[in-house]
Design a protein around this ligand. Sequence first.
Ligand code: KIV
Length: 412
Amino acid sequence: SGGALKCSLPSRPQYIPNHIPDPNYVRIFDTTLRDGEQSPGATMTSNEKLVIARHLSRLGVDIIEAGFPASSPDDLDAVRSIAIEVGNQPVGEDGHVPVICGLARCNKKDIDAAWEAVRHAKKPRVHTFIATSEIHMQHKLRKTREEVVNIAREMVAYARSLGCQDIEFSPEDAGRSDREFLYHVLEEVIKAGATTLNIPDTVGYTLPSEFGKLIADIKANTPGIENAIISTHCQNDLGLATANTLAGAYAGARQLEVTVNGIGERAGNASLEEVVVAMKCRQELLGGLYTRINTKHIVMASKMVAEHTGLHVQPHKAIVGANAFAHESGIHQDGMLKHKGTYEIISPEDIGLSRSSDGRHALRSRLLEFGYDIGGKELDDVFKRFKEVAEKKKRISDEDLEALMSDEIFQP
Ligand code: KIV
């Protein structure tokens, strides 16, 4: 099967920080401007970030992580500008206004900066994090488990005391953290006021079955979890970020953290376009889960991010690579000309690409490569004959095309 995605957008459930009224709805949290910008060489100006944030809003993302305000005065300004403009501007058919989020380590200075930057938005969120794996606590933080839990609890409560009602907490390196300890930290931050619990596979170490189980276990064993949204944040070190993200969604996560073109630290993050299109394409198998991303804006988002970060997309990148819809071999072209579903599981129009080649155009381009430049009635006739031959033969080879054209009527 495969083919056209359902492109009419489902309605977007009302935004309540710690609850999603429709159990199948999955929020898309885009961190292109924060984790994505942490890609080597991807620094963007405030204006570039604003331009991208406007497009992310058009694309329909639920939450835009606009930056890490404590990292520099420029970043604070960029997040503030996005909060003021994009965070108050309704877009799309449903008049959607995205949540604007700022990242903060678990300390008052970072949380003050994040809150100062995002508070101007209609729906502001502070995202605070601290590491919970033994290796990070021992060697990076040099703190005991007890100290880490206390800091996490106190800093979530501190963000709450500033007036922030939408608080995301991430136990960094959750993928390698001790389970019982993880449940305990999460329980404590929920009690302190966290509304989203983001589970990062910080070093992209887990396998899909493992990450899915981690999410399912957190859902089953964390007291108070029904009062929060579980989120995924999968790095791509083993090339598994998209697979892990989908496994997380299937296991109960209702927010997925992604970046456009999959940019991010080291090997990057789960890519927005892969996660969203896979969910649409295989919705049934994923139990009916859906997002509110308008896939027709995907190609534009990809181009903008590539242009502003200078990180070009590899030609064979899924969904947005230049070759993602190119059918090069004779066998594939032949199949495509007979029925698009033979080699195409999504149609380019659904992600905002204009189809440069319907059957006629594909045939014309192929013939041009052989030196035959035909159009109009001539092309119609050849196309008709081509289809007749295609019905009889399983495969049309280059020799068959030559033979078609060698008919005297079509001699160049
Ligand atoms: O990879 C990571 O752990 C992060 C967290 C801050 C969510 O980026």
